[in-house]
Design a protein around this ligand. Structure first.
Ligand code: ATP
Length: 327
């Protein structure tokens, strides 16, 4: 396993995206004072999960974000990625190349990523445990670090050797297990307290349980009765329904019969209507005949009168002529 590449953007003096390629062997970074050499080591420490701002030579966490210069505005975030060649599988992940990334925004939002998948700080720390690369590993020796190690307490020196011996992982797991054990012991104590409390409440709770059992039995009985009643009602409703269906069939038959009768009556009515119309025409004709006969009678009467007066006239002429003849 070796460190292939370091990518920085917005980290301390590295405003632009900067990529440093490391070939196998030794790489030296040289430059004038204050040009940013130590910032590279800080970036590696930071991406590996360093939380101490003292170690990163800053005050607040956002101090690592490019703060701007006279010619360039400050940036809103910092991002650093370390790319490892993992062909030998030293890092316990199934990838030949492993990219570890850390991001920080000025609003405090932060994130860790392994091969672009978001993860926790704990995952990063576990990934590098016992590889000597971790933020506390012996592979990053800052300025004055050797003197610090030599003058430290033997306990602090021991940490460096433990990391080199590859037992930190087991030590960390042991510490975690001890913490869990302590936590479990506290839980057992708490459970014992609860048990004691429960035992005190056992008698009244038994009474309550009896009551609850009785309530449940009665509830079950009520449920059975309700179900029985419901089934009975269903049976009754079924009977009513079949009776109503029978009645409906009878009524339907009666209705069909009455409809037949009504049809007949309608036909009879039509026939009578036709007869009545014929009679009306007959009456009208007879009336017209009556009117004509009346006129004829009146004409004949006046003719009779004329003839009568003619007869009378002739009678008078006859009388006169006879008188004349006699004379
Ligand atoms: P020396 O050789 O003296 O140890 P160096 O090359 O290691 O120096 P660094 O300490 O890495 O230099 O870099 C210091 C420079 O980084 C300073 O110029 C400082 O202004 C700049 N710097 C630090 N933090 C920031 C930041 N947040 N934004 C911009 N520049 C920063």
């Amino acid at each position: 396993m070796y460190l292939k590449r370091l990518e920085l953007q917005g980290f301390k003096s590295f405003a632009e995206k900067t990529v440093l390629e490391f070939m196998p062997g030794i790489t030296s970074v040289i430059g004038p004072n204050g040009s940013g050499k130590s910032n590279i080591a800080d970036a590696i420490r930071w991406v590996l999960g360093e939380q101490s701002m003292k170690e990163l030579r800053g005050g607040k966490s956002v101090d690592i974000i490019f703060a701007g210069t006279q010619s360039r505005k400050s940036l809103g975030f910092a991002e650093v990625s370390l790319i490892f060649d993992n062909a030998d599988g030293k890092l316990p992940v199934p990838y030949e190349e492993v990219t570890v990334t850390r991001k920080l925004y000025r609003n405090g939002e932060t994130g860790y990523y392994i091969n672009k998948a978001q993860c926790r700080l704990k995952d990063i720390l576990e990934l590098f445990m016992d590889t000597g690369i971790g933020k506390d590993g012996y592979s990053i020796i800052g300025q004055g670090k050797i003197d610090e190690i030599l003058s430290n307490k033997s306990e602090d020196r021991r940490n460096v050797f433990e990391e080199a011996a590859g037992i930190v992982k087991y030590k960390t797991r042991k510490e975690e297990s001890e913490k869990k054990l302590e936590h479990t012991k506290l839980n057992v104590l708490r459970i014992n307290d609860i048990l004691t409390e429960i035992e005190t409440n056992l008698e009244p709770m038994k009474l309550q349980a009896d009551k609850a059992k009785k309530y449940l039995d009665l509830k079950q009985e009520l449920k059975n009765i309700e179900v029985g009643l419901f089934l009975h009602n269903i049976e009754k409703s079924k009977e009513d329904l079949s009776k109503a269906e029978e009645d409906m069939e009878i009524m339907q038959n009666t209705c069909n019969l009455e409809e037949g009768k009504l049809e007949k009556i309608k036909m009879q009515k039509e026939e009578l209507k036709e007869k009545m119309n014929a009679l009306m025409i007959q009456i009208e004709n007879t009336q017209n005949l009556g009117f004509t006969s009346q006129k004829d009678i009146e004409a004949l009467s006046s003719e009779i009168n004329v003839t009568k007066s003619k007869i009378q006239n002739n009678e008078e002429n006859k009388k006169r002529f006879q008188e004349k003849i006699e004379k």
